[in-house]
Design a protein. Structure first.
Length: 142
């Protein structure tokens, strides 16, 4: 259950992972007012270099399903790229709990795969490599 009144500020930032591993950062979001949702993510090697990225317009779905799609597509991309050692990060505690309990999810929608980072992401990626953190307001579960 979510409470709109309880939030906590946490600091998020890129954490270097083990040599030879790839990190998948995935996310999804939804806008009630517009009735739209989307997801995306990126794969980076152990030197924090961009490998691949992806995004998908989902249309009308809730935030959890957008998060699920973000992870699902990222896992599929990693598999197609032959990545054997993968560290997955998501900011959705609900989704992480679902995955660790092995709840199945199936779906199919067209996806845009990105070979190099878009210009607006380059500064964020540089900040990540530099170890910069930023505050983020997150909902607390009851």
């Amino acid at each position: 259950m979510w409470s709109d009144n309880q939030h906590e500020t946490i600091f998020i930032g890129w954490r270097k992972h083990r040599e030879g591993w790839v990190k998948l950062n995935c996310d999804g979001s939804q806008n009630d007012r517009l009735g739209l949702a989307g997801c995306g993510g990126l794969l980076r090697n152990s030197d924090d270099n961009w490998l691949k990225g992806y995004s998908r317009k989902l249309g009308n779905c809730d935030a959890l399903h957008a998060e699920m799609w973000g992870m699902y597509l990222g896992l599929g991309l990693a598999r197609r790229e032959g990545i054997m050692h993968l560290h997955v990060e998501s900011d959705s505690k609900v989704l992480i709990d679902m995955v660790t309990k092995k709840i199945n999810f199936k779906g199919n929608m067209p996806t845009l795969f990105i070979e190099s980072p878009p210009g607006e992401l380059q500064r964020i990626l540089f900040d990540d490599i530099s170890g910069a953190c930023m505050p983020r307001n997150v909902r607390l579960t009851l």
